[in-house]
Design a protein around this ligand. Structure first.
Ligand code: B12
Ligand code: SF4
Length: 514
């Protein structure tokens, strides 16, 4: 059986290895189905896509809501060029809307939840021509002989993550992704928190929270280091410090391995302390990402149900700064339930934090999240359904505000976005206002932290990227980096940011509110 696994995407919008598909591929191989190819739609040429589609018996497509339009046209294309191929969809969107994938988009099968069990079972049944007993495959949706959608049994989530084989990385080599030099890693599945912007979708999608053993995760990192020379790893988990005994054991193992590996990932202010950070740094932790989300404690606790103490956020950023750990902060504006003042508080709060990078997203109510429930209840939603495929990119790229509350609507959110670009640019930051989620780099701090070697390496990397992609922001990045490397050497300290932030006159805020 010739299998093709596809991650949907758009040309030029590069991500990294899709761990879900790599993990399914490893399980398929373990069960004897080794004839597998992979396609990343953001990278593959049209010729390669057509060739692989035509030479496959079963095609598995991984879909997030943002790339639903691409997925829909891909399914139509498969049905045109290779009508005998079986199309199976899976991933975040099909998990949330499994029937729709079969009924409306023409998938032959859809898997809700994790695919490591369901897909190999389906492949086996197809290979053995025994497709009359599919009902027992957890999470599988399809049409029976009479055309009715069969929902099968509930998704299966393995408790023991160590029993999965390591993801098969050869299918989507890291070096095919421009500018990417790290390996994605997953130490857990799902998330124990219940934030309103995310839950219950993620819980349904990824099942109960489970952790791999520290030994198993370190073994995979060592293997990636040996096999591919990988030295930098990015953990996708929602909170690496959730279990103190786990993170301590993990760090001890890495220190003992003496391999000089580096890693980064999400930490949360309610679970991390300075001692743990010190140990993590010793074990190679160099990049801390934090979902800070809002500058208003009320919004964090009530509208978002995150219970992250903002005072502690500031301390953690300072501890990281002292330890030389690079910090990334994620914020949201336009959160359902926040006031206009609270939205501006977020901008002012972000300005006082000595972060290395940050990004601002529009807090959109994605399907089946707490945000969607509250917005629907209160009549705030500007879209009545998720059928607007033509808007998916804007919506899920964070460009478009989808709600109008009693206090504000898309126009106000856009004014706040412009304010963010203006204020942070004035502070010497590099802000990419063209992107929906507006990533920003603290250039003065970042440039002053770079050694000459890292500085020239970065220049070379972004120059090559500019030559390859012709993206203007690569050029702007280069110019800012050079400017700040020479103008701000050793100059940047927290105090600098506090003073800068204070000097922003209150009237700027007032003019936005009026
Ligand atoms: C890491 C991550 C990323 C990374 C890497 C993405 C990639 N190429 O894999 C980055 C940062 C690049 C990213 C980008 C985006 N992401 Co993201 N991401 C995640 C995160 C945190 C982990 C994903 C992961 O690797 N999980 C571990 C693996 C093992 O699980 P998995 O991918 O879900 O795959 C399993 C199942 O879903 C299923 N499965 C998946 N595909 C298929 C296919 C078939 C055929 C079958 C049978 C089964 C199957 O089996 C897999 C193995 O068990 C999730 C949240 C989460 N915890 O899942 C969000 C999440 C998937 N991302 C999300 C979003 C919105 C995005 C973006 C659209 C953001 C943006 N605005 O650009 C893009 C889209 C990228 C893309 N090409 O699809 C949403 C999706 C919501 C939705 N309804 O679509 C999630 C769920 C977060 C959230 N709660 O909002 N993301
Ligand atoms: S937003 Fe992050 S921390 Fe909150 S529930 Fe979702 S994955 Fe977990």
């Amino acid at each position: 059986m010739r299998i093709c696994l596809i991650i949907t995407g758009r040309k030029g919008v590069y991500f990294n290895q899709p761990l879900g598909l790599c993990s399914i591929a490893a399980e398929l191989k373990k069960r004897g189905f080794a004839n597998i190819t992979g396609i990343d739609l953001s990278i593959a040429s049209e010729k390669e896509i057509t060739r692989k589609l035509m030479n496959s018996d079963l095609i598995g497509i991984s879909i997030t809501t943002k790339f639903l339009p691409e997925a829909a046209s891909l399914i139509r294309r498969i049905k045109a060029v290779n009508p005998r191929a079986i199309v199976v969809t899976g991933g975040a969107h099909p998990t949330l809307f499994p029937e729709e994938m079969v009924e409306k988009y023409g998938a032959d099968y859809t898997v809700a939840g994790e695919g490591e069990f369901a897909l190999p079972e389906l492949v086996k049944a197809v290979a053995e021509n025994d497709i009359n007993n599919l009902k027992d495959i957890g999470g599988l949706y399809y049409r029976d002989g009479s055309g009715q959608i069969v929902t099968g049994s509930p998704p299966i989530f393995y408790k023991d993550l160590d029993s999965y084989p390591f993801p098969d990385r050869d299918l989507f080599p890291v070096d095919q992704y421009p500018g990417v030099d790290h390996y994605p890693m997953a130490a857990s599945r799902s998330c124990p928190y219940r934030c309103t912007n995310c839950q219950p979708a993620l819980k349904y999608h990824s099942g109960p929270f489970r952790l791999r053993s520290p030994e198993n995760v370190v073994a995979e990192m060592l293997l990636l280091n040996e096999r591919y020379g990988g030295r930098m790893f990015s953990f996708i988990d929602s909170d690496l410090t959730i279990k103190k005994s786990w993170i301590n054991a993990f760090c001890e193992l890495l220190i003992k391995a003496k391999r000089d590996l580096f890693w980064g990932g999400n930490i949360r202010a309610n679970t991390v302390d300075n001692d743990t950070l010190k140990l993590m740094k010793q074990a190679g932790f160099i990049r801390a990402s934090m979902g800070i989300e809002s500058g208003s404690q009320d919004v964090v606790n009530n509208a978002l149900r995150k219970n992250i103490p903002l005072r502690k956020v500031r301390s953690i950023i300072e501890w990281c700064d002292q330890l030389g750990i690079f910090t990334e902060g994620y914020f949201m504006i336009g959160i359902p339930g926040e006031t206009r003042e609270q939205m501006l508080e977020t901008v002012e709060f972000a300005k006082t934090l000595n972060l290395n990078t940050m990004s601002f997203n529009v807090g959109n109510p994605y399907p089946k999240t707490g945000f969607e429930i509250i917005s629907r209840e209160r009549g705030w939603l500007l879209l009545d359904s998720w059928d607007h495929l033509e808007l998916m990119d804007e919506i899920f790229g964070g460009h478009k505000c989808l709600i109008r509350t009693d206090q504000w609507g898309p126009e106000f959110v856009n004014r706040v976005k412009s304010k963010i670009v203006k204020d942070f640019t004035e502070m010497g930051w590099f802000v990419d206002g063209n992107l929906g989620f507006m990533p920003a780099i603290n250039y003065p701090k970042f440039a002053s932290q770079l050694t000459w070697y890292r500085f020239f390496r970065r220049i070379a990397k972004h120059l090559l990227l500019f030559i390859k992609t012709r993206q203007q922001n690569q050029l702007r990045y280069l110019i800012s980096l050079i400017k700040h490397r020479f103008s701000n050497r050793n100059a940047v300290k927290t105090k600098f940011y506090d003073e800068k932030a204070r000097s922003f006159k209150k009237k700027k805020v007032n003019s936005l509110l009026s």
